[in-house]
Design a protein around this ligand. Structure first.
Ligand code: MN
Length: 445
């Protein structure tokens, strides 16, 4: 299903709000989006200064996503897990589509100003693309990489770029730059959610020699559809709403930021990488796609990470039931649900979870009688099942995430809370339960 069809499906199901009034992309658009965060997706039909409408919020509600993927909400991380696992099997390579919808119209002159790009938070340094799928090729092996990076609009054909430590795109760029060469990329906006899942696949599941697009093919049920670019070597996504063909310049750094990040804090302005856009193509009447940093990222990172953690930890530790990345934890806190068959395994599971996703700062383990999406139930387990003298694990001086302000550029401690009861379960840990009833059977006014 392409992006437009996804929006149409959400609209039919009452999951899309349409904003008819003209909205300023500077601060006003994000202010409205913020009011809807976690609920309906939003389509801004008229964005000041642009002919194209803009949508936001496809990822901030797991029920909306479940509807798009045609599965139950609880099934989503497992679907993503199977998709990521499929990378280790032989999967059909992407196909190249001639006359791709994404290339129906070629912009006469590259002008990023024609695209609606929101300035989100009040102290942001400028307008940002926050959910474009970037495709590049390894300068040595030619293996494709698919990833998402924030991009600040700096001029008609110029973008500022952030590449975190450890990202494959940064590795590609460093090798190209050492030869004094630019790294060519395509920047794809408004893509089927399957491509987005491919782009958020953690490197633990897709190492540098693996093409993440296999994840998209698995979810699409057919090979990913790409198109040959007009000015650069890497392909674009044939069914994208809009594609920017571009290159990351060697030995050029310019100020980028600040940007209100997913951590809930501003990433500081600093000299960072620069992208020059060489061509822009789009489908007829494109709907540009944006993402509000927050729940959309916690869900998207969460669903990818939950799947990968479930897969890797299950291989090492018995009794794992579920994994959830909390929204309060800004993607630095994961709760695992586990009924360990013998004492001690819950702590092994906590360590394995840290190993499965490096940015994590906290891991909490609870039993299967705790609803891991309910912060009150988790807190109750923390207060009544975690013995602070025995069940708190602190790992000082580890590598976390540089956007987490409590770390020193990513260097800091990690902390685990074992809130599982000892094995075998003592009767004192039996939770109070009540008879299940159907309120519809009663006359209640
Ligand atoms: Mn990769």
């Amino acid at each position: 299903m392409d992006y437009r069809k996804s929006l149409e499906k959400l609209a039919r199901e009452g999951r899309l709000a349409r904003v008819r009034s003209e909205v300023d992309p500077v601060h006003e658009l994000a202010g409205i989006a913020r009011a809807y965060e976690g609920g309906k997706a939003v389509l801004f039909e008229k964005v000041k200064g642009s002919e194209f409408p803009l949508s936001i919020g496809l990822w901030w509600n797991r029920d909306n996503l479940a509807s798009l993927f045609g599965v139950d909400r609880a099934e989503l991380p497992f679907l993503f897990s199977r998709a990521m696992q499929s990378l280790s099997q032989d999967c059909a390579p992407p196909v190249i589509v001639e006359n791709a919808p994404a290339q129906e119209i070629v912009m006469d002159e590259v002008d990023l100003g024609k695209i609606p790009v929101p300035t989100f938070a009040l102290q942001d340094g400028g307008p940002y693309f926050s959910n474009c799928v970037v495709i590049a090729r390894d300068p040595d092996t030619g293996v494709r990489n698919t990833s998402i990076h924030r991009l600040m609009v700096k001029g008609k054909d110029r973008l500022g770029l952030l590449m975190d430590i450890g990202r494959h795109l940064r590795d590609y760029h460093e090798r190209a730059e050492a030869r004094g060469e630019p790294l060519e990329i395509t920047i794809n906006n408004g893509v089927d959610a399957a491509y987005y899942v491919a782009a958020i696949t953690p490197s633990a599941a897709a190492p540098i020699d693996v093409d993440e697009l296999g994840v998209a093919s698995y979810l699409l049920g057919e090979p990913a559809r790409l198109c040959r670019s007009k000015t650069v070597a890497p392909e674009g996504i044939a069914d994208a709403q809009l594609i920017m063909e571009a290159e990351i310049l060697p030995h050029v750094r310019e100020p980028e930021g600040p940007f209100g990040e997913v951590s809930g804090y501003y990433a500081a302005r600093d000299d960072r990488w620069v992208v020059r856009v060489k061509a822009i193509t789009h489908c007829r009447n494109p709907i540009v796609s944006a993402l509000l940093p927050g729940k959309e990222v916690w869900n998207s990172v969460g669903l990818g990470v939950e799947a990968n953690i479930f897969q890797t930890v299950s291989r090492q530790v018995k009794g794992l039931k579920k994994v959830y990345m909390t929204h309060g934890g800004s993607h630095y806190h994961v709760i695992i649900q586990i009924d360990p068959p013998i004492d001690g395994l819950s702590k092994n599971a906590i360590l394995a979870t840290f190993a499965a996703f490096a940015p994590l700062q906290m891991v909490t383990a609870v039993n299967s009688d705790v609803d891991i999406e309910d912060p009150e139930e988790v807190e109750r387990a923390l207060a009544t099942r975690c013995d602070p003298a025995r069940d708190v694990i602190i790992i000082p001086g580890a590598r976390g995430h540089e956007l987490n302000p409590v770390t020193d550029g990513g260097f800091g401690a990690k902390m685990g809370f074992d809130c599982t009861y000892p094995v075998p379960k003592d009767r004192k840990y039996e939770k109070v339960t009540f008879r299940k009833v159907n309120l519809g059977d009663y006359e209640i006014v």
